[in-house]
Design a protein around this ligand. Structure first.
Ligand code: ATP
Length: 388
């Protein structure tokens, strides 16, 4: 039986069992952006079967020119064609009305316009990846941790909170813009990770020149006006240092635990003093330290410690004294040209070569984080931001 897409010529409605079976079959069609069945999202407009046993299905797309149209049409046609007793399937599409879109976004927000991760009962683990200074590989580590967690079957989201120095779209190879459904944004995804970055809205080559309050608002919107669905883990790539954005993240997402990326050479006091005093004043927990750019393995198998050794341990020990609890070194990631190449090409190394020693070290860090017991941080209420 042919399954066709295109303009429908609706025939007389046959109020038969097959219509119910088609609805049932369509509950297996998942919207690629929202990750829910189209039947739950009010996207099935009409279903009829005419006298020639042709099924006519109308799908309501969230927006005019929806980039997922072909895929949804095809999957709808395929699902409908599984129902017995049909000679033909015709699928047509139209865009939701503004009213239907509002209903959908209300359903997705469950009536609330708040940060879902701060709701009681939210099971999302949040990690803010920070560093004492720039260029230590914080963004590279963030992208690879996210992809490693997704490869382990977790639902993962990334907020690129490094507003001035955004890099997540490039590291994930994402060129799509988020789709806007009413007042909710659908984050583009790559390598199993949903990503939101200011870089998706900025024309190439243009810089973002925002001050603190505007950056605060952007991060608030990324947390509250983006449909993240039920995430297991949310990672935030913070800007280097301990400026406004780090404080905003602590205020907006108080259950976020900090992961500190450092190089083996960094002065423990410099990094730990800054990050430690931030975490003490914001009462954020520190999940651990990642030592990046550790030894470089040479072709003959010997390891060259280009940036020295011991920075991770020193930072962890100094931080532990500053915050008054144990701070583990979660892992050491070697200096590896393949890691840089993967980031430049938009494919994290843990995806392109999951068995390389560097990927295994990153996956080890990802698993250590996910299996870390939850701290009390998850029980704190969000702070109110007062800005003069
Ligand atoms: N372990 C590594 N081995 C080789 N190259 C690396 C490694 N980690 C990071 N890099 C490279 O170092 C450069 C800086 O990394 P990255 O942009 O991730 O750092 P960052 O700390 O996020 O910097 P920023 O201060 O811009 O936020 C990039 O070119 C990246 O590909």
């Amino acid at each position: 039986m042919p399954a066709e897409t295109g303009q429908s010529t609706p025939g007389p409605t046959a109020d038969d069992e097959r219509v119910a079976q088609i609805h049932e079959a369509l509950s297996g069609v998942i919207d690629p952006e929202i990750h829910r069945p189209i039947t739950e999202l009010g996207m099935v407009g009409s279903v009829t079967v005419d006298a020639e046993d042709t099924a006519h299905v109308t799908v309501l797309l969230t927006i005019e020119g929806c980039p997922m149209r072909d895929r949804i049409e095809r999957e709808t046609a395929e699902a409908t064609a599984t129902v017995p007793g049909l000679s033909r399937v015709e699928v047509s599409t139209s865009a939701m009305t503004e009213e239907q879109r509002r209903e959908l976004t209300n359903r997705l927000r469950q009536g609330r316009r708040q940060i879902p991760f701060n709701q009681p009962g939210s099971l999302t683990r949040i990690f803010a990846i920070s560093s004492g200074k720039g260029g230590v590989g914080k963004s590279t580590v963030t992208a690879n941790l996210a992809a490693a967690m997704a490869a382990d079957g977790l639902r993962v989201g990334v907020i690129d909170a490094d507003i001035h120095g955004f890099s997540m779209p490039g590291m994930f190879g994402i060129t799509d813009q988020p789709t806007k459904v009413s007042d909710l944004l659908m984050p583009p995804a790559a390598h199993g990770v949903a990503v939101m970055s200011i870089g998706m809205f900025v024309p190439e080559g243009q810089a973002v020149v925002w001050r603190g309050p505007k950056m605060h608002r952007a991060i608030e919107q990324f947390a509250s006006d983006v449909f993240w669905g039920d995430l297991d883990v949310l990672l935030l790539d913070l800007p280097p240092g301990t400026g406004d954005v780090a404080i905003s993240v602590a205020q907006l997402l108080p259950s976020a635990q900090m992961v500190v990326v450092t190089t083996p050479q960094q002065s423990a006091s410099g990094v730990a003093e800054r990050v430690g005093s931030l975490s003490t004043s914001t009462e954020q927990e520190i999940a651990g330290v990642v030592e990046n750019m550790a030894g470089l393995t040479l072709p003959d198998g010997t390891v060259m410690d280009v940036f020295g050794t011991g920075g991770g341990d020193r930072v962890a020990q100094t931080l532990a004294r500053a915050v008054g609890h144990d701070v583990p070194v979660l892992g050491r990631i070697g200096l590896d040209p393949a890691l840089r190449e993967g980031s430049d090409q938009g494919v994290p190394l843990v995806v392109s070569d999951p068995d390389s020693p560097t990927s295994m070290a990153l996956t080890g860090v990802a698993r250590a984080l996910v299996h870390k017991p939850r701290g009390l941080g998850g029980m704190k209420l969000p702070l109110t931001v007062a800005r003069s």
